[in-house]
Ligand binder design. Structure first.
Ligand code: CO
Length: 143
């Protein structure tokens, strides 16, 4: 297991699934005074998103675009919304995958990185291996 933690980078975002992105983001803006990005539609991921900025990370609100959206199933189980996943940055996703597999962690889907909502390669890790929490790893090239 040695070396696994060396892969973990900054917390990039925490994603919260919501039934109504306008309604959900207004409370962050009005009650918490947060800066809210404009809404983006990502049809290839089946979601609409906004970012809520804070000094050390961001919250991403996800609203499904349709019934086929991966977020729709989650909202069936959590109709008022809820925390969906957290995302850590890694500098080299292929290295991270090798170490995760060696450590016995299951990578969701076919295990091959996909291009995520921010245009970078991402994978998702089996929530059962992380105390019931879905973890996304996003490759961020250090500059
Ligand atoms: Co994410």
């Amino acid at each position: 297991m040695k070396g696994i933690l060396s892969e973990i980078g900054r917390l990039n975002h925490i994603a919260i699934a919501v039934p109504n992105i306008q309604k959900a983001s207004s409370i962050w803006e009005n009650a918490l005074g947060a800066n809210i990005s404009s809404t983006q539609s990502l049809p290839e991921h089946g979601v609409k998103i906004v970012f809520i900025e804070s000094p050390n990370t961001k919250v991403e609100l996800l609203e499904p675009l349709n019934k086929q959206s991966p977020i729709s199933k989650f909202l069936e189980r959590n109709p008022n919304g809820g925390m969906h996943h957290m995302c850590y940055e890694v500098s080299n996703l292929e290295n991270a995958i090798e170490k995760l597999i060696a450590a016995g962690v299951k990578i969701l889907g076919d295990g091959i990185p996909k291009i995520g909502a921010h245009g970078n390669p991402v994978i998702f890790l089996n929530p059962g291996d992380f105390s019931g929490t879905l973890i996304e790893l996003e490759e961020i090239k250090s500059n």
